[in-house]
Ligand binder design. Structure first.
Ligand SMILES: Nc1ncnc2c1ncn2[C@@H]1O[C@H](COP(=O)(O)OP(=O)(O)OP(=O)(O)O)[C@@H](O)[C@H]1O
Ligand SMILES: [Mg+2]
Length: 231
């Protein structure tokens, strides 16, 4: 049998055009956890979309953690998303909230005396929509990360009214995390526009069986598979 699953061969190229064309013009990228490859996948998609001639921008509405990059303090994710974009957009739109400590966003915000507002993020998102053909919004951590005392990232997705792409970090425990995420999206009537199998653990046992299980329970094969790419 011919495997028609779209395969994403490496971090910079070879995303099947049909996988790319099936993506909506705006979508939110969440993950099964922090560090599962949301930025890696977003950047790869951005490069592939830019190569087709689309105007592509990504936003990281809430970033915590800063590093010394090119002589200035920057958030690493934001720097990567900006570098992959072909749209000149103000940093205040791409990243409305940035905090220095690499801790949970709502705690970082509280420590900084800032109340994260979904309306502020929505306004920036709408402004980016006017500048680009494709807007990708990268979350922070997973779907139910709080942004303040009332809201989580799921509420932000509901506010932005865009579908969600789920990056599954293929490692032990990912099935439960992926299904919990899909379940919450379903309960809130938020659309899942696809999922990506990101092989972050080259030694994962029964990886193919996990992939088959995820495809069954998520009701669709992965839009892309990203193999482990040694640094
Ligand atoms: N397929 C892969 N192969 C090898 N390393 C990977 C792969 N995907 C991601 N990584 C590495 O894993 C780390 C975390 O990836 P990434 O920053 O994309 O995760 P994230 O989900 O965006 O994290 P955060 O929650 O902090 O935003 C990075 O060092 C990245 O290079
Ligand atoms: Mg990231």
């Amino acid at each position: 049998m011919v495997d028609t699953t779209p395969v994403f061969h490496d971090a910079v190229g070879a995303i099947r055009p049909d996988a790319l064309d099936s993506l909506p013009a705006q979508f939110f990228v969440t993950g099964t956890d922090t560090g599962v490859g949301k930025t890696t996948v977003t950047v790869a998609l951005m490069r592939a979309l830019v190569a087709t001639g689309r105007r592509v921008v990504a936003m990281k509405p809430i970033a915590s953690g800063c590093e010394w990059i090119d002589g200035v303090w920057q958030n690493e994710d934001v720097a990567k998303l900006v570098a992959a974009s072909n749209v000149a957009a103000p940093l205040s739109l791409i990243n409305p909230y940035r905090f220095d400590p690499p801790i949970a966003p709502h705690i970082a915000a509280e420590q900084a005396g800032v109340n994260i507002s979904l309306a502020v993020i929505a306004q920036a998102y709408l402004a980016l929509k006017a500048l680009a053909d494709v807007v990708i919004v990268e979350g922070a951590g997973g779907l139910l990360v709080p942004v303040n005392t009332q809201h989580t990232l799921a509420d932000l997705i509901a506010t932005l009214q865009c579908p969600t792409l789920l990056v599954v970090g293929m490692r032990l425990g990912c099935i439960n995390h992926a299904l919990l995420t899909a379940e919450v999206l379903r309960q809130r009537q938020l659309a899942l526009c696809g999922w990506v199998a990101n092989h972050v653990d080259p030694a994962m046992a029964a990886a193919e069986e996990n992939l088959t299980t995820l495809s069954h329970w998520l009701g669709q094969p992965p839009l892309m598979r990203l193999p482990y790419c040694a640094a």
